[in-house]
Design a protein around this ligand. Structure first.
Ligand code: SAH
Ligand code: SF4
Length: 396
C-alpha cells in the first residue's frame, strides 16, 4: 500500500481492515481509535502501547491531520468559528456554540453545495467538491483538541465541551452520503467520540432516497429544511423539491420516524419577508405536517449581498411561531449567536473568496492562466442551533 491514509476518516470496520492489512489484530484498531479521537493524538510515536514496528508502519503509511486553520475567532458570547483550508482555494467553516448545559459543534460536509437554494449563499456560489470522511471528522477532532477535550484533567472531571454535533454547516450531507455515513459512525463509536444518536443531527434539504438509506444505515436525529408549505413555492426556494416533492418528503419523514432516535422530525423554516411568512402559509404548513410528529425551528433569514430577499420582521416571526404553537407544535426561533465574529453568516469564507476572485481578476488582467484557474473559497451558512423557545420544549 503506497498511498498515505488519513486515519481520521476510518470507522471501526475500516480501521480494523487496515490493521489486518498491516498484520495487526483487531484490538489494535480500537487502541488506535482511542488514541486518535479520545486523546486527540496525531503523533504515532507518542502511542506508546503500540509495538515499535507497528508505529514505524504507521509513520510510513498513515497520518492524522486536520486541514490548516485560516482563521479562529471567538465571539463575546463564547461562540467560536474556525475557517479551515481544504485546498484549491476552498475554505469551510466549523462553528462551536456553547450553552449552559451543552456545547454544539456545527460541521460542513461539502465545499459549496449543488442544491442552490434561493436564500443560501453557499448554494449561490455553486458546488466545489465533496469533503472526504477524514475532512468531516477532522472538524470535530480539531475543535475537541482546541477546546481541551484530550486533556486528562478535563476528562477526569467528566467535562465534555462538545455534547452535540449538527451537520448544518456548508453543503448537503445526503449528497455526500458515503463520507457522511463514515463520519457518523466515528462520531457514535464508543472508542471515538461516543455521542448518542440523539445528540447528532443531520440536516437535509430533502434527498428522499438518502433519508431512507440513513434510516437503515445509521438513524440519527433528523432536521429537514422545509421552508415552504406547498410545492410551487418550495420548487422556487429549494430546487431539489422538483425532484422530490413534498408528498414524497413527508412520507420519507414518516418512514424515518419508525427508526429515529427521537420521536419527532425537526423542520427548519427560514423566515423570508413576504415570501413564506404569512398567516396563510402557517395554516398551509399545519395541514402539510399534520401526520408527521415534528418540531419547528424558525430561522430569521440571514441576508447576504444581492440576495434580493429580506428577513421577516420580528413581530411577523413571533406571530408565525404562535400559530404553530397554538396548534400544539413546539416551535423555536433561532437566536443570533456570535454576531460579532460573523459566526452565522460565513463572512470569513466570503472574504477568502473575494480575495481569490480579486487574485483571479488581476491574474486574468496579467494574462496569467495558471493563477486564474484557482477556484474560489465558499461561503458558509448560518449554523446557529442556539434557540430561543417560544414554548418550553422537551428537547435538550
Ligand atoms: N444543506 C443542509 C444543511 C446545511 S444548511 C440543509 O439545507 O438542510 C443549514 C440550515 O441553514 C438549513 O436549514 C438552511 O436552509 C439554512 N440556511 C441557509 N441559508 C440561510 C440564510 N441565508 N438564512 C437563514 N438560514 C439559512
Ligand atoms: Fe445547500 Fe443547504 Fe444551502 Fe440549500 S440551504 S444550498 S441544501 S447548504
Amino acid at each position: 500500500m503506497s498511498e498515505i491514509v488519513d486515519l481520521l476518516g476510518l470507522d471501526a470496520d475500516g480501521l480494523a481492515r487496515r490493521c489486518a492489512d498491516w498484520g495487526q489484530k483487531p484490538f489494535r484498531a480500537r487502541q488506535l481509535m482511542r488514541w486518535i479521537h479520545q486523546r486527540g493524538e496525531h503523533d504515532f510515536e507518542a502511542m506508546t502501547d503500540l509495538a515499535r514496528d507497528f508505529r514505524e508502519v504507521l509513520k510510513r503509511s498513515a497520518r492524522v491531520a486536520a486541514p490548516a486553520v485560516i482563521a479562529d475567532n471567538v465571539s463575546a458570547d463564547g461562540t467560536r468559528k474556525w475557517l479551515l483550508d481544504v485546498g484549491a482555494g476552498n475554505a469551510i467553516e466549523t462553528v462551536y456554540i456553547p450553552e449552559a448545559d451543552r456545547g454544539a459543534l456545527c460541521i460542513s460536509t461539502q465545499a459549496g453545495c449543488a442544491v442552490n437554494c434561493l436564500f443560501c449563499s453557499t448554494g449561490k456560489q455553486g458546488f466545489s467538491r465533496n469533503l472526504e470522511a477524514h475532512e468531516i471528522v477532522a472538524q470535530l477532532w480539531h475543535a475537541s483538541r482546541a477546546l481541551g477535550a484530550g486533556d486528562p484533567a478535563q476528562r477526569a472531571r467528566g467535562e465534555r465541551p462538545i455534547t452535540n454535533v449538527v451537520f448544518m454547516g456548508m453543503g448537503e450531507p445526503l449528497q455526500n452520503y458515503a463520507a457522511t455515513l463514515a463520519a457518523l459512525r466515528i462520531l457514535l463509536d464508543d472508542n471515538a467520540y461516543g455521542l448518542s444518536r440523539r445528540r447528532v443531527t443531520v440536516s437535509t434539504s430533502g434527498v428522499v432516497p438518502m433519508i431512507d438509506r440513513l434510516r437503515d444505515d445509521c438513524p440519527v436525529a433528523l432536521a429537514v429544511s422545509l421552508h415552504a408549505p406547498d410545492d410551487a413555492l418550495r420548487d422556487r426556494l429549494v430546487p431539489l423539491n422538483r425532484k422530490y416533492p413534498l408528498t414524497e418528503l413527508m412520507a420519507a419523514c414518516r418512514r424515518y420516524l419508525e427508526r429515529a432516535p427521537r420521536d419527532f422530525i425537526t423542520f427548519e423554516y427560514v423566515m423570508l419577508d413576504g415570501v413564506n411568512d404569512t398567516d396563510r402559509h402557517a395554516v398551509q404548513l399545519l395541514a402539510l405536517v399534520r401526520d408527521v410528529p415534528c418540531k419547528f425551528n424558525l430561522i430569521p433569514f440571514n441576508p447576504f449581498p444581492n440576495s434580493g430577499l429580506r428577513r421577516s420582521p420580528p413581530d411577523r416571526i413571533r406571530r408565525f411561531a404562535q400559530q404553530l404553537v397554538d396548534a400544539g407544535i413546539v416551535t423555536t426561533i433561532r437566536r443570533t449567536r456570535g454576531d460579532d465574529i460573523d459566526a452565522a453568516c460565513g463572512q470569513l469564507a466570503g472574504e477568502v473568496q473575494d480575495r481569490t476572485r480579486l487574485a483571479q481578476r488581476s491574474a486574468r488582467a496579467a494574462g496569467n492562466a495558471g493563477a486564474a484557474a484557482t477556484t474560489g473559497g465558499r461561503v458558509a451558512q448560518p449554523k446557529r442551533p442556539a434557540d430561543r423557545r417560544t414554548r418550553q420544549p422537551a428537547e435538550t
